[in-house]
Design a binder for this molecule. Structure first.
Ligand code: ATP
Ligand code: MG
Length: 216
């Protein structure tokens, strides 16, 4: 049996069509079902439904053999556990967006950086933000948030945010502008390193199938 960790919402919605093209259909839709373990049309594959940020944890500890997680989540996970904690066999090319720095319209970010001002930055992505600003030589006070980053500058909590952007409409709606791109983001298939070896004959055909679907 192979266990695949997925999160509800975007990751499930965009992974399901890839699985479908590999001939795999989940028995239930996690958006409407309360079940957290979902069988699939493949007798040896089940899905566990977890929070997006918990996917790497399930896979690292082997409670799931495979998982789908955004590069944003993986960068934060790797900052704590190291790159070697998870095998990353495949870029699925889904849930594409970018990690960026945004500030309120009218905030002169370039000038603040030039004069060496200390910036207050609110984000869920503390490790990625810390590394980005350290490399740039900008002094920051990082404020950890768990959601609605766009509110922080408007409410006077921070000068800037580090957040994911796809179309930019949420930023525009809150009168924020993107001033730096930190990294392009897409969702990755990750694997438990031990399971890749011990369950190789079960897992590799699924990875190969998904790789072919993504390449097509
Ligand atoms: P939770 O809802 O459990 O707090 P979350 O907000 O991280 O978690 P989602 O919003 O479903 O959950 O995001 C899951 C993943 O989808 C993110 O880690 C990221 O990789 C990707 N993602 C997030 N926002 C966007 C976006 N605007 N466009 C494209 N992909 C995105
Ligand atoms: Mg969300």
């Amino acid at each position: 049996m192979i266990t695949l960790a997925l999160s509800k919402g975007r990751i499930f919605e965009e992974t399901a069509p890839l699985l479908a093209r590999a001939g795999i259909t989940p028995a239930e839709d996690p958006e409407t079902s309360r079940r957290l373990i979902i069988e699939t049309s493949a007798p040896n594959l089940r899905i566990v439904v977890v929070r997006a940020t918990d996917v790497p944890t399930y896979v690292q500890y082997g409670a799931a053999d495979l998982g789908v997680a955004g590069k944003d989540v993986l960068l934060e996970h790797a900052a704590q556990w190291g790159e070697a904690a998870l095998a990353q066999p495949l870029d699925l090319g889904i849930a594409r967006c970018r990690l960026c720095v945004a500030v309120p319209e009218g905030f002169d970010y370039a000038n603040a950086v030039r004069r060496g001002a200390r910036l207050r930055v609110a984000t869920k992505y503390v490790a990625s933000a810390r590394e980005f600003f350290a490399t740039k030589g900008v002094h920051v006070d990082l404020i950890k948030l768990y959601g609605s980053m766009e509110l922080a500058p408007l409410a006077g909590l921070a000068d800037a945010i580090v957040d994911l952007v796809s179309t930019g409409s949420t930023l525009r709606a809150n009168r924020l502008v993107e001033v730096e791109t930190i990294a392009p983001i897409s969702a990755r298939l990750i694997a438990n390193a031990a399971a890749l070896k011990t369950k190789r004959t079960e897992i590799m055909p699924l990875i190969d199938e998904l790789a072919a679907v993504v390449a097509a």
